[in-house]
Design a protein around this ligand. Sequence first.
Ligand code: NAD
Length: 353
Amino acid sequence: MNKNFWKGKRVLITGHTGFKGSWLSIWMKILGAKVTGISLPPEGKKNIFEITNLKKKINKNIYLNIKNRKELKNKIEEVNPQIIFHLAAQPLVIESYKNPLNTIETNILGTANLLEISRKIESLKIIIIVTTDKVYKNINKKSFFNENDQLGGDDIYSYSKASVELLVNSYKKSFFNSKKKIVTVRAGNVIGGGDWSNNRLIPDFIKSYEKKNKFIIRNPDHVRPWQHVMDCLYGYILVAEKKFTKKTKKFDAINFGPKKNQISSVKKVVGIILETLNIKVKILNKNINKDYKEKNFLALDSSLAKKTLKWSPKINLNESIKLTLDWYMEYLKKKNMYEYTCKQIKNYITRLP
Ligand SMILES: NC(=O)c1ccc[n+]([C@@H]2O[C@H](COP(=O)([O-])OP(=O)(O)OC[C@H]3O[C@@H](n4cnc5c(N)ncnc54)[C@H](O)[C@@H]3O)[C@@H](O)[C@H]2O)c1
């Protein structure tokens, strides 16, 4: 990563009030970029955006719904970005069962709005569209998906993100010339401090830990490519930088997952959490959401990222869990969480080539 590259770059981050978008905004500020965020206002009583006081740290904060094309157009034209990271989405599988149309409208039509507007922004060179590891046709075969595998999606969230992949391809082939690069990035199950979403393992654990409630796990044997948010964002940042400076080979989509020997079951992650905190917690193994089917095995092959970008994960599963828990424990001690998040990112940066 070239620190100087980011100094003064006009970067637009959609979804900056969410978990990954907040981390990315803080990282971009550390690198000296001029950051504008476009999102809905942060959700819930607890969220990383407010806890880190991010509204005051970035250059411009815009609350709007990406479904509103007219408003989105005005704002993007005003910001005149050079690089866009598009993270805004309805990102939860179970929520997509409960509210399918909002998921489809936000994820597919919201992205279509962004692409339609982006193609006319002269200064814009790079668009990073964040999809997911769930874009692949998953028949629960125990194999690692690579970028050439067939797209699919049985639940509405996965379908919406697979559709985004097709949409991006079509916009690219129809309208974008070589001066504007678009890449879709597909990462695994991301963990890190500051996520309070529902039906995600570590946020659910933290909520029950704070309230001293029983901890309910849904699918102890499900296997996922857990990875720390910094490993995943390092991949996104590297793609943007290398594509901008034309220092990489051609690729349209790229996976960022943990090392193959680090994928693990929910049960194992819970074991590491309890061991790291040295506590015993009453665990209830009960799928309260039985109507909402989730795939039981998901893993990514990240060889392309290794080959083309020399990207590799820097944090293993145990350390990812430790860094995540450290963040929440600092938060519970009422520490300055902007400073603490910066500290974790700066330590991470020292490990990069
Ligand atoms: N967290 C993960 O494990 C994971 C894994 C793979 C991919 N992803 C993808 O990464 C991205 C970020 O995920 P996250 O975990 O930070 O989610 P999050 O729920 O914490 O944040 C979502 C963000 O999108 C914004 N948003 C939602 N609907 C919007 C709308 N209609 N208009 C404007 N903004 C809207 C929210 O305001 C928020 O800022 C998503 O695209 C998600 O699909 C996440």
